[in-house]
Ligand binder design. Structure first.
Ligand SMILES: [Zn+2]
Length: 157
């Protein structure tokens, strides 16, 4: 899995577009040349990316904003990381397991909660509730990133 590469490109995208939290995911979808379409689907699907149509479809019935942002960022990750081009290339040589989904999650996580911006807030002692509001992410997504970036030691309790 290309973790360092993914963190670098998400950071570059934020810089290039002059984004600050909350990262405007929909705007980045449009700037990437993709269409964003909302549909109402009773099916248990949040979002999907169609490489032929260059379109991300998002389920309007998913009313949780934080979840929607993460889902759209995840699908954008599939496009930016070009998973649709040679999908078989993204397999762990030892286990044969595909890392396409973990890569898209890493993309979404590091786009919405970039290491440099999150660690700045944590080290400043900003309360987690405020950080969550600032970045517009779920509590769960925030905790995942705090652990991945090894920031737990800096939390003030
Ligand atoms: Zn996916």
């Amino acid at each position: 899995m290309r973790t360092a590469y993914i963190r670098r490109i998400t950071k570059d995208l934020i810089k290039k577009n002059n984004y600050s939290p909350p990262i405007p995911v929909d705007d980045l979808v449009f700037k990437s040349g993709l269409e964003l379409r909302e549909v109402s689907s009773e099916m248990d699907i949040d979002a999907k990316f169609d490489p032929q149509k260059m379109r991300i479809t998002v389920n309007r019935l998913e009313t949780n904003l934080f979840r929607r942002r993460f889902s759209v960022a995840h699908e954008l990750g599939h496009f930016i990381l070009q998973h649709h081009i040679n999908p078989w290339e993204y397999e762990d040589r030892d286990t044969g397991k595909s890392f396409i989904e973990p890569e898209a999650d890493e993309f979404a996580g590091s786009l919405l909660l970039p290491e440099h911006l999150l660690s700045e807030q944590i080290k400043k002692g900003t309360p987690l509730k405020d950080i969550q509001k600032m970045f517009q992410v779920s509590n769960q997504a925030l905790w995942v990133r705090i652990e991945i970036y090894k920031l737990t030691n800096f939390l003030r309790v």
